[in-house]
Write a protein that binds this ligand. Structure first.
Ligand code: NZQ
Ligand code: ZN
Length: 388
C-alpha cells in the first residue's frame, strides 16, 4: 500500500426527512446563502419546498441561481459569483446532482478569487479558500457530496475539466434516499454506471491494497444488485439508499488512497461530453468494457480474475483468461440489458470525426494517461473505435 493523507470532513445526514438538520448546520457558518439548482426537477418533486421551508424556519436568507445545466458551464459559475458578491452571501447551498454541486463548489472558490474563475478550473492549485459549501443530494452518481471534485465545461472551446481542493469539500451534505425516487430511468442508470466507473478506476490497478479492493467489490456488488431494482421500482427505499451511499463511498478517497493509479476511463469520457454534451454515466458505460478488453494483459489478469470471481461469482477453477473475458462480457451485458444504457458511441450520436482531437485532449496536457496500463493518444483512438 502506498503512503497517503486522508481527511474527509463532510458531515453527512443520511436518511428520510434528514433535511431538518440543514438549517442549524448552515447557521454555524452564515445566515445568507446562494441556492444553486438545475432545470427545475426540485420544484416538481417537492425538494425545493422542503429546503426553502427549512431555510425560512431558521431565518436564513437566500438568493437563487437556477438552470445549472447537466455538464455545468463556466457561465453559470460566473453568474453565481456575481450574485454572491452583489448580495454579500456567506455560503453556497447546492440542491441537485453532481452538476449543481460542482457548480456551487467553483462559485464558492471564485468569490474569493479576483480573476476569471476559468483559471480555477484549469489550475486547481489556485484554489486556496472558499465560502462554505452545503449540498442536498438528489441523484446518486458522482460522489460530489463528499469529495473535493468539480467538473466544469466551456462548450465554446470543447473543454471539460476537473478541479478541486481541500476547500471545496462540502461542509454538510443531506442524503435522503427518497429525494432520488423521481430520478428518471435514464439518469438512474447513468448514475449507477458512474458509481461503478469510479470504483473500477480505483480497483483496476496493480498495487496490493487488499482492503480497498474488497470494499470496491462490495460497492460494485451493491450497484449490480440494486441498480436493476431501482429501475424497476423507483420508490424502493433500500435500493435508493444503498445506491446513494455507494455513490458517496466510491469516490470519497477511501478506495483511492494507498491504491490508485491515474484514472483512465474518465478522461476519455470527459472528451465525449466536451464535444457532444453526452450524459457522463452513459459515456462511461460505453467506454468501460472496451477499455477493459484493451488493457487486459498478463500483468493485470489476476485483478480481472478477482473481479470475475468475487463480484460476478464466476467459477474460480476456470481458466484465468476465460474468467477475465466472462467478467468483461457480464459488465457489458449489465449496462446494456439490465440498465438499458445505449451501448455504442453511434447510439450516443458520436462519430469518429473528432477522435484524434479528443484523444490528445484526454491526455490533459501530458503525453499519456498513466493508469493501470499506460495509454497514449493512439491507444485512446483505438478504444473509441472499438465503441463505435
Ligand atoms: O437539472 P435538474 O432539473 O435538476 O434535472 C437533473 C438533470 O436533468 C436530473 N435530476 C437530478 N436529480 C433529480 C433529477 N430529476 C428528477 N428527480 C431528481 N431527484 O438529472 C439530470 C442529471 O443531473 P446532473 O446533476 O447533471 O447529474 P450527475 O449527478 O450525474 O452529475 C453529472 C456531472 O458531474 C460530473 C459529470 O462530469 C457531470 O458534469 N462529475 C462530477 C464528479 C465529482 N464532482 O466528483 C465526478 C464524476 O466523475 C463526474 O465527472
Ligand atoms: Zn464519474
Amino acid at each position: 500500500m502506498y503512503n497517503f493523507n486522508l481527511q474527509i470532513p463532510t458531515k453527512i445526514h443520511f436518511g428520510k426527512g434528514m433535511v431538518v438538520n440543514l438549517g442549524k448546520d448552515i447557521l454555524e457558518y452564515s445566515d445568507k446563502v446562494l441556492l444553486v439548482y438545475g432545470g427545475g426537477s426540485i420544484k416538481k418533486n417537492g425538494i425545493y419546498k422542503d429546503v426553502t421551508d427549512e431555510l425560512i424556519k431558521n431565518k436564513i436568507e437566500w438568493v437563487e441561481l437556477a438552470d445549472v445545466d447537466p455538464n455545468p458551464r463556466i457561465e453559470s459559475v460566473r453568474e453565481g459569483i456575481k450574485l454572491c458578491r452583489q448580495h454579500d452571501l456567506g455560503g453556497v447551498l447546492a440542491v441537485g446532482g453532481g452538476s449543481s454541486i460542482d457548480c456551487a463548489k467553483v462559485i464558492a472558490v471564485g468569490v474569493k478569487y479576483d480573476k476569471d474563475p476559468w483559471d480555477l478550473v484549469v489550475d486547481k492549485k489556485l484554489m486556496k479558500d472558499a465560502l462554505p459549501i452545503f449540498s442536498v443530494l438528489t441523484l446518486a452518481a458522482t460522489g460530489s457530496e463528499m469529495d473535493p471534485n468539480a467538473v466544469i465545461s466551456d462548450m465554446a472551446t470543447n473543454q471539460k475539466l476537473g478541479t478541486g481542493a481541500a476547500c471545496t469539500v462540502p461542509k454538510v451534505s443531506i442524503l435522503d434516499p427518497e429525494y432520488t425516487y423521481s430520478v428518471p430511468v435514464k439518469h438512474t442508470a447513468a448514475g449507477v454506471a458512474d458509481i461503478m466507473s469510479h470504483t473500477f478506476e480505483n480497483y483496476f490497478n496493480t498495487n496490493d491494497a487488499y482492503m480497498q479492493a474488497r470494499m470496491a467489490e462490495a460497492i460494485l456488488k451493491t450497484c449490480i444488485h440494486y441498480g436493476p431494482i431501482a429501475l424497476a421500482q423507483p420508490e424502493n427505499y433500500d435500493a435508493r439508499a444503498n445506491l446513494m451511499w455507494a455513490s458517496t463511498w466510491a469516490i470519497n478517497g477511501l478506495l483511492a488512497q494507498g491504491a490508485s493509479h491515474a484514472w483512465s476511463v474518465h478522461p476519455m469520457e470527459h472528451e465525449l461530453s466536451a464535444f457532444y454534451d453526452v450524459t457522463h454515466g452513459e459515456g462511461l458505460a460505453v467506454l468501460t468494457p472496451a477499455w477493459m478488453r484493451y488493457v487486459l494483459n498478463e500483468d493485470n489478469i489476476d485483478r480481472f480474475v478477482e473481479y470475475g470471481v468475487n463480484v460476478w461469482g464466476i467459477d474460480k477453477n476456470l481458466d484465468k483468461l476465460q474468467i477475465a473475458n466472462m467478467a468483461i462480457d457480464l459488465t457489458e451485458d449489465f449496462f446494456a440489458n439490465k440498465m438499458n444504457i445505449p451501448m455504442s458511441l453511434s447510439k450516443l450520436g458520436i462519430g469518429r470525426e473528432n477522435f484524434e482531437k479528443m484523444s490528445v485532449k484526454a491526455m490533459k496536457g501530458k503525453d499519456s494517461i498513466k493508469g493501470m496500463v499506460e495509454l497514449r493518444p493512439e491507444d485512446v483512438v483505438k478504444i473509441y473505435e472499438m465503441c463505435l
